[in-house]
Design a protein around this ligand. Structure first.
Ligand SMILES: CC(C)(COP(=O)(O)OP(=O)(O)OC[C@H]1O[C@@H](n2cnc3c(N)ncnc32)[C@H](O)[C@@H]1OP(=O)(O)O)[C@@H](O)C(=O)NCCC(=O)NCCS
Length: 153
């Protein structure tokens, strides 16, 4: 959700929780060398000393229908100064590459080659222009109506 004022300490704990328990998901991070793109010195540095350009979180959902996972793209963000430089496209291509490799490689635990990632999914607010980006990359309306019941208050 855009323009949401989230308490930083709680978000920081939320991010740390992913690193503490990999069952919660994993991040993909795009980093740029200073000679790539417009690294104007305003971007936070990553642990490699590179400029942070964007990231996304993948969470997984089990599908008993497909005996495989759905991978959900969450928390997608490209820093404003790097938008339109195909940073998200690179993250997306890396992600689909990972999923296709998993689907065509014998599993470490059972030695079987089978479908492990059935779909890559995401949700986006109807008024968010990000929907055009997803459209361009081939995502389609799933036909599901997403509903939620908040327990935060
Ligand atoms: C949405 C977002 C992640 C896109 O990242 P990006 O790195 O700028 O996207 P890319 O450069 O890879 O763009 C992919 C394609 O979409 C097009 N595109 C990018 N922004 C667009 C926009 N606002 N409207 C229409 N098309 C757009 C690009 O031209 C490109 O098309 P091409 O492959 O034909 O050249 C970025 O704008 C962002 O962080 N937005 C704010 C946070 C947000 O809304 N996140 C999504 C939450 S669901």
């Amino acid at each position: 959700m855009q323009n949401l004022d989230l308490p930083l300490d709680n978000v920081t704990k939320g991010v740390a929780a992913v690193f503490e328990n990999s069952a919660r998901g994993f991040y993909l991070v795009a980093e740029l060398h200073s000679d790539e793109g417009k690294t104007d010195g305003t971007s936070p540095e990553t642990s490699n000393g590179l400029a942070l350009a964007g990231c996304l979180l993948i969470t997984t959902e089990w599908s008993d229908w497909w005996n495989a996972e759905y991978w959900w793209i969450q928390s997608t963000f490209v820093l404003p100064q790097f938008r339109g430089q195909r940073i998200f496209t690179s993250l997306y291509e890396h992600l689909t590459g990972l999923a296709r490799t998993l689907n065509t490689t014998p599993g470490a635990e059972d030695g079987e080659t089978r479908l492990r990632v059935s779909e890559i999914r995401l949700y986006v607010e109807k008024q968010n222009d990000a929907r055009f980006v997803y459209d361009r990359l081939g995502f389609q309306d799933s036909g599901y109506l997403m509903m939620s019941l908040s327990l935060r208050d």
